[in-house]
Design a binder for this molecule. Structure first.
Ligand code: FAD
Ligand code: SF4
Length: 517
């Protein structure tokens, strides 16, 4: 048995690691060692952070600290407004090390390269041993992902997902075959709505005293953050997160699959889980989420296509994205494979635009800090890529504006999946689509002054103009990509006049939106 060191240890808990069920907590002694938690002003300042995202993180941190104290832990908690605070996590770890003189510093593996570099610097400069423990709130260790990825020419999520299903034994029958007889049910999961959908209202958690106090503190110390606070109802404790999970499984999981990619004006949640913020703060464990979803299928409460579609997101996409982030290294966020340098249009901050689909998607972000996957990928993300906006500016927007944003998950989804700025690490082709896609998947075009089928002119849909313009601009780059062959065939058929007309319309639109000078 290893003997405890003679002095006190210090465990640094980052804002997105609000679980005591991790190895880092097993390494400290309750009531003797110190847990350090810091509300750092820099976290809202290094990218402009939506007011709900800021409040969610801080409220969940304060609740977690109170739970730890109740359980007998010694917690040194530095608030935003603390006059002694240096305002930075790094500064507070250094100050605590000076004042408390711990004999060891412990932390869980962070979710961002920037913070990892900070931890590595502590190892060198704090003059005490620093121990980094694995984050077991994921189903795959970083070593397991590396082993899976090693030697593969391209990283295909579908291959990873099947490997996960077999490795974890999720939705696998005793004979080793996938439950329901297929690995995916995508065909059944691409539906759209013919009429207004009537989803059940999801569980909402009214701000309690702690959250209300955080709101006041944030408004006082960091006024002017983007977004609105009024609709805040995210789970801020483990108990609330578990209630949100049960609510999803009981009322929305059964229909999750069919409507997964669909959008409808005024319906931000549809049958989605709304669990990413709680999962990313580690308020709820993905194992529990998967267990309850599979149980719902086994007991006949949800069909296989919905449960498989949901499980794919949690054990497939989420874990794949994290593996890619850590394998690709800190330079990944600066990738710009398509050489785009445009400014992010003002509408991303205000929601003011005559494009009905963008108004809806951005409006939801301002009101709730939320958009579902297809809104992020095929509306706000697709538009930014087609228009040639600088990927770093787009990434900063996503990282600040969604309540579930932490760099390990936001970066590969934005730089890779939505913008194709990683040159094909996450997806072998760009998710480029014209206004026709949005017309097929939503009702937005019905209330829009533009026509998704029209390329140029007064009724020309900006998505459609920019889609063709994008393909013309990058025609040579994508020529060798088999998966782009169909799209490029249509471009080849354009007459010289049509090409010029699209190029001129695209340039005018980018100037009008302030994307290019
Ligand atoms: P549901 O649609 O109900 O899905 C269930 C769960 O699956 C989610 O809670 C999430 O944990 C997981 N999941 C699904 N797709 C992904 C994915 N591509 N990557 C990782 N996890 C996934 N997700 C974040 O958690 N944080 C982000 O900052 C984030 N940024 C994104 C940016 C872009 C441009 C895109 C295209 C996607 C982004 N996603 C992000 C992934 C996805 O959009 C959200 O996880 C999802 O919309 C969260 O809502 P939900 O919980 O209702 O999810
Ligand atoms: Fe969006 Fe174009 Fe449809 Fe308008 S017409 S809602 S801009 S896709």
């Amino acid at each position: 048995m290893s003997r405890a060191p003679a002095g006190r240890r210090m465990l640094v808990v980052f804002g997105d690691q609000l679980s005591a069920r991790v190895p880092a907590f097993a390494a400290i002694e309750r009531g003797r060692d110190v847990v350090l938690m810091v509300e750092a002003r820099e976290e809202s300042a290094h990218v402009p952070s939506h007011v709900q995202r800021t409040v969610l993180f801080l409220s969940a941190m304060r609740h977690f600290a109170a739970e730890l104290e109740e359980a007998g832990h010694l917690v040194r908690y530095i608030r935003l407004a603390d006059p002694r605070s240096t305002g930075t996590l790094d500064g507070e770890v250094r100050r605590a090390t000076r004042e408390l003189r711990p004999v060891e510093v412990h932390a869980t593996h962070p979710g961002e390269h920037r913070v990892m570099a900070m931890v590595r610097a502590w190892e060198k400069s704090l003059d005490v041993p620093v121990h980094v423990h694995p984050d077991t709130h994921f189903l795959t260790t970083l070593e397991q992902f590396r082993e899976w990825a090693e030697g593969r020419r391209t990283l295909v999520m579908e291959h990873f997902y099947r490997w996960q299903r077999k490795r974890l034994g999720v939705l696998i029958e005793p004979d080793g075959e996938p439950t329901g007889g297929a690995w995916n049910f995508d065909k059944e999961n691409r539906g759209s709505f013919r009429e207004r959908p009537r989803p059940p209202a999801p569980a909402r958690f009214e701000p309690d005293g702690v959250t209300r106090e955080v709101i006041e503190d944030v408004q006082r110390t960091t006024p002017g953050l983007p977004g609105r606070i009024e609709a805040f109802g995210w789970p801020v404790t483990r108990a609330q997160a578990e209630e949100a999970l049960r609510d999803f499984v009981a009322h929305r999981l059964a229909r999750f699959g069919e409507a997964q990619d669909a959008m409808w004006t005024g319906e931000p949640w549809l049958w989605h889980a709304r669990l990413s913020p709680a999962m990313n703060l580690k308020l709820v464990d993905p194992r529990e989420i998967v267990r309850l979803a599979v149980e719902a299928y086994r007991s006949g409460r949800a069909p296989i296509h919905s449960v498989e579609g949901f499980v794919r997101q949690v054990i497939g996409w989420r874990e794949f994205i994290r593996g890619v982030y850590w394998m690709q290294g800190p330079e990944y966020v600066r990738r710009n494979a398509l050489g785009h340098s445009g400014r992010l249009p003002e509408m991303y901050w205000t929601g003011e635009t005559d494009m009905a689909c963008m108004r809806e998607a951005i409006g939801q972000v301002l009101e709730h800090g939320y958009g579902h996957h297809i809104q992020r990928l095929m509306v706000t993300g697709n538009f930014a890529m087609l228009a040639g906006v600088d990927p770093a500016a787009v990434h900063a927007w996503y990282l600040g504006m969604y309540v579930d944003a932490v760099e390990w998950v936001t970066a590969p989804n934005t730089i890779g999946m939505a913008l194709h700025a990683d040159g094909g690490v996450v997806g072998t082709k760009p998710y480029a689509a014209s206004g026709r896609y949005i017309q097929r998947m939503s009702n937005a075009c019905e209330g829009c002054r533009y026509d998704p089928g029209v390329r140029t002119g007064a009724r020309g849909c900006p998505f459609t103009t920019l889609y063709w313009d994008f393909l013309i601009r990058h025609e040579r780059r994508f020529k060798g990509n088999q998966r782009m062959a169909m799209m490029l065939k249509h471009v080849e058929k354009l007459t010289a006049e049509a090409r010029t007309e699209i190029t001129v319309a695209g340039a005018a639109l980018r100037t009008r939106l302030g994307i290019s000078a």
